[in-house]
Design a protein around this ligand. Structure first.
Ligand code: F6P
Length: 543
């Protein structure tokens, strides 16, 4: 499938990093800061309105240099160019990977199979804008001539997590007389609760599915159809209450959605990289076309930064390389994403799909087993809530959990001292994690001896701090692109395909088979293992 790649362990920088890691592991961040008073202001980088302080990482100048050498020896620049120029870098699916084209300005030209895709991107954006304006102004009328008040996005994975995250993140900018809901789970409760207080006459469904075959989405879409027709009776009503966001024209029209009301995208947009394509229609309706375009500009600014800035100052490259450093040299299993901004409450969940579906891979591009750990587990909650829940383990547990703190200079909802208090916690947590509290310091506070070990904070726990002016559509775009390209950087180092997701297939196939067995009116002949057989029989006898 791909030419044989140079094994990670044979790259000179990797070997050098292995040696460096031995000597860095016992070093304390306290000491590193003491020995270099410029560290806190030197290990910084800034781009697209995002300031990254990565000084509280267990690295030295030499480590950083070796990590950058590793990126070079792994061909990060060449792979980046291959992605931006539409080469088929998703080799297992033989596809280009061009989410960067979704936010390219009209003046750019990006070719896939000899055809410039940028004009098509802008055509869809213009169609989305016209539609969003009609909904927002009340000009789009439902079947009974009532304006649309409720928008329900039906989708799952990338066709849900991006839209939900962006809606929550940019709610401040949203049109408040419109209600937005998101249905993803095939659990009927999701649909029932999303629709229970809504009037079908005022409700528009956006059926979001790249393939238009996903079981959960199609099941929910059919239930939405039934729910709509229960009140509106006539099938012609569907055209006024359903639109599709998809690449699959044939199945969209088979479902009964007028293809005039379809907003398309392309096979070179991965599901988890699609929130800025037509899949973002709910976002555009919520915040308006101008804000949506500002978000795209934020994405594009980070794309340009990633493609052109030297690796030493390149935010996504630095973030990605640091993740490789902890994953492979410190045995870190996870990365905590800790946004101190309530509007980013779904950001960690969004990043879970982006990072884990991309880099949860066990073989390299040439099909040989990887030599090291790959994608770490991403997780998190907004601050300060996490502090009263899981931070104990990050501070005093036995695992190393690198963390990304995300904060803003300005609050979107200024309220008394709230924002200063919120941000004081960002700085305090990162400081406590890095520098901890020694036994001597604990004793000096008069703590009785038996309690001293319990009150010691080892410190030396790494974190990044990302700061921006305030959460705007532009900032959100840049922030997402930062993580997209960090994931890409990691994938290039590990020589994996960050853009396929074969690991989701087996469960889907088995579920389809088992569904038939659960619904079979006669006793099915089961050929599973004894545990699965027993569970199926139990369910059948109780349902
Ligand atoms: O099953 C995983 C997955 O393929 C994701 O990669 C994707 O985002 C999601 O399902 C939904 O796919 P679709 O948009 O085609 O419904």
């Amino acid at each position: 499938m791909t030419d044989r790649i140079v094994p990670l362990s044979s790259r000179p920088a990797w070997k050098a990093l292995q040696q460096r890691a031995e000597s860095i592991r016992p070093q304390q961040l306290r000491e590193l800061f003491k020995s270099d008073p410029t560290r806190g202001t030197r290990f910084n980088a800034e781009a697209c309105g995002l300031f990254l302080d990565y000084s509280k990482n267990r690295i030295t100048d030499e480590t950083l240099k070796l990590l950058i050498d590793l990126a070079k020896q792994s061909g990060l620049r060449e792979h980046t160019e291959a992605m931006f120029t539409g080469q088929k870098i998703n080799t297992t699916e033989n596809r280009a990977v061009l989410h960067v084209a979704l936010r390219a300005p009209k003046s750019e030209s990006i070719k896939v199979d000899g055809e410039d895709v940028v004009p098509e991107v802008h055509k869809v954006l213009d169609k989305m804008s016209a539609f969003a304006d009609k909904i927002r102004s009340g000009a789009w009328l439902g079947y009974t001539d009532k304006p649309i008040k409720n928008i329900i996005n039906i989708g799952i994975g990338g066709s849900d997590l991006g839209p939900v995250m962006a809606y929550e993140a940019l709610r401040h900018y949203s049109q408040r007389d419109l209600t937005f809901r998101f249905v993803s789970n095939v659990d009927g409760t999701d649909f029932a609760e999303a629709t229970r207080d809504l009037d079908p006459e005022e409700t528009l469904f956006l059926v979001a599915s790249k393939t238009f075959t996903t079981l959960e989405t199609m099941t929910n879409a059919h239930s939405a159809r039934t729910w709509t027709l229960a009140k509106l009776k006539q099938t012609e009503a569907i055209a006024k209450h359903f639109v599709a966001l998809s690449t699959n024209t044939e199945l969209v029209s088979k479902f009964g959605i007028d293809t005039d009301n379809m907003f398309g995208f392309w096979d070179w947009v991965g599901g988890r990289y699609s929130m800025d394509s037509a899949i973002g229609l709910s976002t555009m309706i919520a915040i308006g076309p101008n804000n949506f375009r500002a978000m795209l500009e934020g994405f594009h600014a980070m794309d340009v930064h990633f493609r052109t800035t030297p690796l030493e100052q390149n935010l996504p490259a630095l973030l990605g390389l640091l993740t490789v450093w902890y994953t492979d040299f410190f045995d870190a299993q996870t990365v905590a994403i800790l946004p101190y901004e309530q509007y980013l409450k779904r950001f960690p969940a969004y990043l879970q799909q982006l990072t884990m579906e991309s880099n949860g891979k066990h073989v390299t591009l040439d099909g040989t087993p990887v030599e090291t750990q790959t994608g770490p587990i991403y997780w998190g909650e907004p601050g300060t809530n996490g502090q009263h829940s899981f931070y104990q383990l990050i501070h005093q547990g036995t695992r190393l959990i690198p963390a990304d703190f995300i904060g803003f200079y300005k609050a979107l909802n200024p309220l008394g001292r709230h924002h200063d208090m919120l941000m004081a916690n960002v700085f305090a947590q990162a400081e406590a994690l890095a520098f901890g509290k020694t036994a001597e310091e604990v004793r000096a506070e008069g703590v009785p001896e038996p309690l001293v070990p319990h009150k010691v904070f080892e410190g030396n726990r790494p974190s990044n701090t990302l700061l921006a002016e305030k959460l705007t559509p532009h900032t959100l775009g840049s922030l997402i692109a930062l993580y997209e390209h960090s994931v890409f950087t990691q994938g290039v180092i590990w020589s994996i395909d960050s853009f396929d997701q074969w690991g989701v297939e087996l469960g889907k196939v088995l579920a389809t088979k088992i569904l038939g067995e659960l619904e079979s009116p006669t006793e099915p002949k089961l050929d599973h293992d004894t545990s699965t057989t027993n569970l199926i029989n139990l369910y059948r006898s109780h349902k």
